[in-house]
Write a protein that binds this ligand. Structure first.
Ligand code: AMP
Length: 419
């Protein structure tokens, strides 16, 4: 049982309870301001998503581990970052990402064409730091069954519209990793290249990358941020020169579109993204206003083989995920839609209160039963309006006091919601 005592509206937790109800590391509570920022960003994303025709989808948080083991393959997420629990004689995990969950939904519901967006809490055992948590919030979408270049164009257009609405400059980094056939040929050559580099200089790669080479996790070496690896990666063969005709054509169409629309982008030939399910176009969104550790705001790409990997007929798909916790590291000026007010309700006139609550002009922050107390709090908390439902009810009026202008207005009952 939690026991609180309240003094001056500040709740103090009895010291014996303090450790029990502390947040777990990497599982933050956001402040009220941060919470409002998340709501603000989400409302923008949902509005754009709705206007683009995306349906909102809410997949479960607890999932069978095989979904990610099969779907994501040999990745850090699967190898060491999932929260795994025994449940009814099988193993389940907290969802580490949402794409595989949306694909599972589509397969189970026989959906092979459609557009879905989500706001999801995902879980990964990462080392917590600012902008990197063990429970984190993503907004994302998946475009199922719609061919290239429509799906890419729609995605980059969405991203541009969203960042423009925030007034934030972003950098879109794109690359194409081609088909599985392309990648097999490329990975062979890349492996040979890294091995030759190490024969010439044993320090050409850091230990982590050497381990990846050993484990044949060759593409992941390109993701390495280690300084020792920088030059070796820079001189490595580039995947774009391996693309087959179809992949090269899609890449060109997308690049042309971005150029014509003046959507800022850079081709980054070492960008491969960490998951096995990607093919062809992959991308990442970065922002130079952020520190390097949190500069990745989102990413995604095509995953045309994931449906098959999970046992369904081949269905092409493309998606992206944005890190909402990263976005709120910046403060966004939120449009204020209404004036903050306190309500003073001396008698239980709840019907009239419901009229006040439907007003678009004022939003009710708190309630009081007498004017002096409401005034004292309003001055302290810089609330400019008192809506008084009291004696004037007898003449059919509500009083609105403007504390800043030191005047008041009588509003006829029945007209308040139209103010
Ligand atoms: P991913 O699913 O790894 O492609 O991540 C997509 C985006 O989600 C990243 O660019 C980050 O903005 C965000 N993200 C990923 N992992 C975390 C985390 N542990 N904490 C906060 N945000 C994250």
């Amino acid at each position: 049982m939690y026991i609180f005592c309240c003094k001056n509206n500040v709740f103090r937790v009895k010291s014996s309870m303090k450790d029990t109800i502390q947040n777990l590391r990497g599982f933050p509570d956001f402040s009220i301001e941060e919470g409002n920022q998340i709501g603000f960003i989400l409302s923008k994303l949902l509005k754009i998503g709705k206007s683009f025709g995306f349906n909102f989808i809410v997949p479960p948080i607890l999932e069978p581990i095989e979904l990610f083991q099969r779907g994501l393959g040999d990745t850090d997420i699967v190898n060491k970052e999932m929260f795994i629990f025994p449940y009814k004689e099988r193993k389940v995990c907290l969802r580490p990402e949402t794409t595989a969950s949306v694909v599972k939904y589509c397969i189970n519901n026989n959906v092979h064409r459609g557009k879905f967006m989500y706001f999801s809490q995902n879980f990964r055992k990462e080392r917590p730091q600012k902008g990197r948590y063990r429970q984190f919030n993503q907004f994302g979408f998946e475009i199922i069954g719609i061919p290239s270049p429509f799906r890419e164009i729609e995605t980059f257009f969405f991203i541009n519209q969203f960042f423009k609405s925030l007034g934030l400059n972003y950098i879109l980094k794109i690359n194409s990793i081609g088909s599985i056939k392309t990648r097999t040929a490329y990975v062979n050559d890349l492996e040979k290249y890294f091995k030759t580099a190490l024969e010439k200089d044993e320090n050409a790669l850091c230990q982590d990358s050497k381990n990846r080479l050993e484990r044949k996790s060759i593409l992941r070496i390109l993701d390495s941020k280690a300084l020792e690896d920088k030059q070796t990666i820079l001189e490595a063969p580039k995947i774009l020169s391996y693309l087959e005709k179809d992949s090269a054509e899609i890449f060109k169409e997308v690049v042309d579109f971005l150029q014509k629309q003046s959507i800022p982008f850079e081709v980054e030939e070492t960008l491969v993204r960490g998951l096995d399910y990607y093919n062809d176009i992959v991308f990442e969104i970065k922002c130079d206003r952020y520190n390097a550790a949190q500069d990745s705001l989102g990413g995604g790409g095509a995953y045309d083989s994931l449906f098959e990997t999970l046992g369904s007929p081949k269905t092409n798909a493309f998606g992206m995920a944005l890190g909402v916790d990263r976005l709120i590291l910046n403060e966004w000026p939120m449009e204020s839609c209404a004036l903050d007010a306190y309500v003073v309700l001396a008698e239980p006139y709840f019907d009239i209160l419901s009229e006040v609550l439907s007003s678009k002009k004022y939003r009710v922050i708190d309630y009081f039963v007498n004017i002096p107390k409401a005034l004292e709090k309003a001055i302290k908390n810089k609330i400019n309006f008192l809506i008084i439902i009291g004696d004037e009810i007898s003449t059919g009026h509500i009083i609105v006091k403007n504390l800043e202008k030191k005047d008041q207005q009588k509003v006829k009952i029945g007209t308040f919601k139209d103010l």
